[in-house]
Design a protein around this ligand. Sequence first.
Ligand SMILES: O=C1C[C@@](O)(C(=O)O)C[C@@H](O)[C@@H]1O
Length: 235
Amino acid sequence: MDFDSFVLAAATADLSEAEAEAARDHADAVEFRMDLADDPLAALDDYDGTLPLIVTNRAAWEGGKAAEEGRLDALETAVGYEAVEAVDVELRALTGAADTDAEEARALRDTAREQGVSVIASVHDFEATPTEPALRDLLDTAAEEGDVGKLAVTASDRADTLALLSATFDATAAGKTVATMAMGEAGRHTRAVAPVYGSRIGYAPVDPTKATAPGQYDLATLSELVERLETPNRP
Ligand SMILES: O=C1C[C@@](O)(C(=O)O)C[C@@H](O)[C@@H]1O
């Protein structure tokens, strides 16, 4: 997956046929939240859907459910599957700023790239939106560390969302590949609008009752919104 154009990802912990089929109608890819699944590697073994997979095994220290032990090993196994075309690795794991061994995280990045799997270096702030200079720095570093730099923040007002959109626009204009979204109610519209400013990935749950982040639209709604806003590069 090269993320040259916008990718709408159906986020789910369930790779079963029904879910995969429902995703197919609106999504370009499935984000498999391994940290929220019961037996993720068995589910990957059984997957025979047509959509490519983005695998995420979100660390507990970044808002996910995965314990640190074996977390990157599971991702390393996952990137060996044919259907897997991108892997999400937390920026703080790659830069050694968190509990993860940075060497191991970078080795995972190398393995992924050797297999033609793109790396999404991700940053999440579940509390707030950093200041605009900090947003820009995070986005630049994430885009340097990954093939895509992803930044999900929590907005509390329009100033926050505007700062995020502005940073997204400038990073894209500078030739960086980024994905951005603001979580929470105040940030909700950015899920539809950020792609217009260059964001290359949108996430939405197939089942609206199973959001993987605050403020997500359901998949059918986000798909319609990006379509109507004539998101650039939407295939
Ligand atoms: O990082 C992201 C973005 C996200 O947090 C969102 O806000 O839509 C949803 C997660 O599933 C995904 O891994």
